[in-house]
Write a protein that binds this ligand. Structure first.
Ligand code: GAF
Length: 378
């Protein structure tokens, strides 16, 4: 990928820039908890967006996307937003840095990636974090701290891409560390690195290839449900709500909002239970909690789809330790914790049976927990 980017940069702009990369993410457990002030447990993966960038001494940004084979050119004022969705991520990062008093001047860039699009692995957060990290380095002497870089990515989603997301994806992409998951408390923003090397097990993603698209999706509606219930219960976010308080208010809440809030309240506890189980090396309990999350995401939060439920059923039948929808939902991947001796059988079965039913094979990605945003060359 690096060579291809360098070749295209030379072709489009001549000479060389600096290379940066940032990563997609997985999340072991803690779904739809980030915007509710709860806990998440993500890690960055070895699939990245990489960009070569060079200031061009003008007010113009010129970008070429290798994967989409498309160019965008824009200036840096609010009214200069490009039409292409992919370029709005980059424009948003520039604008959010400027709005915070940082500096962005014109630059040329070429980028590409191997984070599968629409698979729930946060290709958009990888793109945002790559450019936020790079523009901090190139124009701001790295004075913007890493949390702010993550927030700049999140605000880009809110203000330029129409997704009212939480902080998990951008946080994971910026802070990711090889071999470590991170437990983040999304209320206090305290976090802890958690070395993750489950001996005797593998983490594998099975991608349904049902495109998950959060832009204009029911994702924002889920968030609104949670905010309505929090308001009704008199708490800032559902992090501070209890099941008892929710039940006491049940008659004042729609059945749908009740189910959404119930899932979130249960899910925030599951993250802590998974951490305890990991500390004991108790992967069976981790796996059961993953199945419980799937069930809640499917039945209460209603962000699953037929294909993901089917993959979850196959996992159960193959004796996979834990399996669940990962990320926002509405398509994308399941994440599976599989004992080494069950791995081949599970992959064969999932591939064969999914193909028989849906006419195409799912994609399989072994998870390698890797570093997040970084500079690659001078
Ligand atoms: C998406 C969002 F971008 C995250 O903020 C998070 O809410 C996730 O869905 C669900 O856990 O990836």
């Amino acid at each position: 990928m690096k060579e291809k980017i360098q070749e295209e940069f030379k072709k489009h702009f001549g000479g060389k820039g600096t290379l940066y990369a940032s990563a997609g993410r997985i999340n072991l457990i803690g779904e739809h908890t980030d915007y509710n002030g709860g806990f998440v447990f993500p890690g960055a993966i070895d699939k990245v967006i990489m960009a070569e960038i060079r200031p061009n001494k003008t007010d113009k940004v010129r970008v070429y996307s290798i994967d989409i084979d498309d160019n965008a050119e824009f200036e840096l004022n609010e009214e200069d937003a490009p039409k292409q969705q992919w370029a709005r991520y980059i424009f948003g990062i520039c604008r959010e840095i400027i709005k915070r008093g940082g500096t962005v001047k014109g630059f040329d860039a070429v980028f590409a990636g191997n984070v599968p699009l629409g698979a729930g692995l946060s290709s958009s957060a990888a793109l945002e974090s790559c450019f936020a990290f790079a523009l901090n380095d190139l124009f701001n002497g790295n004075t913007i701290d890493k949390f702010e870089l993550a927030r700049i990515g999140q605000s880009t989603e809110h203000n330029y891409c129409g997704v009212n997301c939480g902080i998990m994806d951008q946080f994971a992409s910026v802070f990711g560390k090889k071999g470590n998951l991170m437990r983040l408390d999304c209320r206090s923003m305290e976090f802890e690195y958690f070395p993750f090397n489950p001996r005797g097990y593998k983490l594998v993603l099975v991608d349904s290839v049902v495109k998950h698209e959060l832009v204009d999706s029911p994702y924002n509606k889920r968030r609104q449900s949670c905010e309505r219930v929090a308001k009704r219960l008199g708490v800032e976010t559902l992090r501070d709500a209890t099941k008892e308080a929710l039940d006491a208010a049940k008659s004042d809440i729609s059945a749908e909002d009740y189910s959404r809030a119930k899932f979130v309240i249960e899910e925030k506890e599951r993250v802590l239970d998974v951490c305890d189980a990991l500390n004991r090396g108790d992967y069976e309990t981790v796996g059961q909690l993953m199945y419980a999350t799937h069930n809640g995401l499917s039945k209460d939060y209603e962000v699953s789809c037929e294909e993901l439920d089917f993959l979850n059923d196959i996992a159960k039948e193959c004796g996979v330790t834990g399996s669940r929808i990962m990320g926002g939902g509405f398509g994308g991947c399941t994440i599976n914790l599989v004992a080494d001796d069950k791995y081949s059988h599970f992959i064969e079965e999932a591939t064969k049976r999914f193909n028989e039913k849906y006419g195409h094979e799912p994609k399989i990605y072994d998870v390698v927990i890797s570093d997040g945003a970084r500079k690659i060359t001078e």
